[in-house]
Design a protein around this ligand. Structure first.
Ligand code: 6GU
Length: 233
């Protein structure tokens, strides 16, 4: 049972986590997803969570205190916690990282906004023996906050857990998990379904041939071609 906790000032933004694959995984008891409002940790009338940056500069920085209080509350008594701080300055998320996260017990996602979270929050939890801190980005672009990035990571991670996918066979043949003879990661070959002709476009004949050896060979070539093409863009 993998436990996901998310902390955000926009908990409603995370509502899609209750739908589809992840919603079903929760219903089946395979994962839990708990969403926490950072502002619940603030005592002042304005429920403020940010302040101006030391050293000057544009924008606001999220204050350490509410983050520390929220994380402490969620992590009570647990012995192995992975804290993921979402930031465009983090390590780039990929399929291998998703596979690593499936081995965790509890993943806490700190979804920062503005110019990010006071750097002492990550530092504080790095110094705790029951915590592992990961600063993670989902790509080379800047989002308004970490919420969408957290959802990307949770979706990619949860679907690798046993029982989450309806048909686990689909994990074997998909993009980024096909291993070629040279152990390179390949993207997926193109897929087709009925009808055999659509708007004048035909399905490649080999796929209608029933020759499984030829089909496997054609798919591998297509996957390699697409992978090469991506490298050239
Ligand atoms: Cl994790 N956060 C934000 N704000 N922007 C991003 C990101 C994360 N990953 C890519 N861009």
């Amino acid at each position: 049972m993998l436990r996901f906790d998310l902390i955000s000032i926009f908990p409603e933004y995370l509502a899609p986590l209750k739908l589809s694959l992840l919603g079903k995984a929760v219903d089946k008891g395979l994962i839990t997803i708990n969403i926490h409002d950072l502002r619940d940790q603030t005592m002042d009338v304005h429920h403020s969570v940010d302040d101006t940056p030391y050293g000057g500069g544009a924008g606001m920085v999220m204050s350490a205190a509410p983050w520390g209080d929220a994380i402490d509350q969620i992590s009570n008594d647990l012995d192995q916690i992975d804290l993921i701080i979402l930031t465009p300055a983090g390590k780039k998320f990929d399929q291998a990282m998703a596979a690593e996260f499936t081995k965790c017990k509890q993943l806490i996602f700190a979804c920062g906004r503005y110019e990010g979270i006071d750097a002492r929050v990550g530092k504080h939890y790095e110094n705790k023996s029951n915590f592992k801190v990961h600063e993670v980005s989902i790509g080379d672009y800047v989002l308004g906050g970490g919420e969408v990035a957290a959802m990307v990571i949770i979706e990619a991670t949860a679907r690798l857990l046993p029982g989450v996918l309806g048909n686990p066979e689909s994990l074997k043949e998909e993009s980024h998990s096909i291993i070629s003879s040279s152990d390179d990661l390949l993207v997926e070959y193109p897929n087709y379904t009925k009808p055999a002709v659509w708007r004048g476009l035909e399905v490649p004949e080999v796929l209608l041939s029933g020759n499984h050896g030829q089909i496997a060979k054609w798919r591998k070539e297509q996957a390699e071609r697409r992978t090469d093409q991506l490298g050239k863009e």
